[in-house]
Ligand binder design. Structure first.
Ligand SMILES: *[C@@H]1O[C@H](CO)[C@@H](O)[C@H](O)[C@H]1NC(C)=O
Ligand SMILES: *[C@@H]1O[C@H](CO)[C@@H](O)[C@H](O)[C@H]1NC(C)=O
Ligand SMILES: *[C@@H]1O[C@H](CO)[C@@H](O)[C@H](O)[C@H]1NC(C)=O
Ligand SMILES: *[C@@H]1O[C@H](CO)[C@@H](O)[C@H](O)[C@H]1NC(C)=O
Length: 191
């Protein structure tokens, strides 16, 4: 376990070095333009607010868990470059066990980008089952979600779907639309 963990840390360091060498002056960040959220009120009541100005993209996200969620899972499906034509195969399509994610957030590099921002701006559940309660996130910044250099400038659509393991019921369905931008770094960005 310890060995695996130190290996993945090493891999991240290598990726970060590659990123800063090949793209010294740009950061690659998503910008969310709109979202469609539908919750299953037996489990979750969620509200999302997207604040987008020319230079900033902040998201407020609240959800109330109405009954303990056992075996929570998240399906994440990402499509890139929608303008290129009809819906192609997704670029990324994974179902993630939320209980393991909470224990070991570093296991999924892409998910870690979002997880870190959530943790910085609110309180995540700490274990399973997901306890009843209100979870509030204020001012989540997509500018902090730096993507690796294999992302090109394009539009995107990502589905993040909450499921329970036992009944496979959907707890929440969210679809986020936006663009991936290459943004020139300023001195304060450390890139
Ligand atoms: C939002 O999602 C729901 C269910 O996933 C769908 O029925 C509805 O048409 C969508 N609304 C928009 C504006 O896309
Ligand atoms: C979520 O569920 C609550 C409670 O039923 C409902 O009032 C609300 O409209 C739902 N919100 C969304 C975005 O589906
Ligand atoms: C859902 O959340 C909204 C906003 O936080 C709140 O106004 C509403 O009363 C909630 N609905 C239910 C059924 O909990
Ligand atoms: C994502 O992968 C699952 C499991 O392999 C598959 O059933 C599903 O159709 C895929 N979703 C899309 C949108 O391709």
């Amino acid at each position: 376990m310890l060995l695996l963990r130190s290996r993945s840390v090493h891999l991240f360091l290598v990726l970060d070095v590659v990123q800063s060498v090949s793209l010294a002056r740009y950061k690659i960040i998503p910008f969310v333009t709109h979202a469609n959220v539908t919750n299953n009120s037996a489990f979750i009541n969620a509200t999302v607010e997207i604040i987008a100005t020319a230079s900033e993209n902040r998201i407020n996200f609240d959800f109330t868990v109405a009954q303990p969620i056992y075996g929570p899972r998240l399906t994440v499906v990402l499509w890139l470059d929608l303008a290129a034509g009809a819906l192609q195969a997704p670029f990324y399509n994974q179902t993630i066990d939320v209980c393991s994610l909470l224990k070991n957030p570093g296991a999924h590099r892409m998910v870690l980008l979002v997880y870190r921002e959530l943790r910085r701006h609110g309180t995540l559940p700490t274990g399973c089952p997901i306890p009843v309660g209100l979870y509030k996130f204020r001012g989540i910044s997509t500018n902090q979600m730096r993507l690796p250099p294999f992302f090109t400038q394009s539009d995107f659509m990502v589905d993040i779907i909450g499921l329970t393991s036992m009944t496979k019921a959907h707890t929440i369905d969210t679809r986020w639309y936006g663009v991936i931008n290459y943004v020139k770094c300023i001195a304060a960005d450390r890139c």
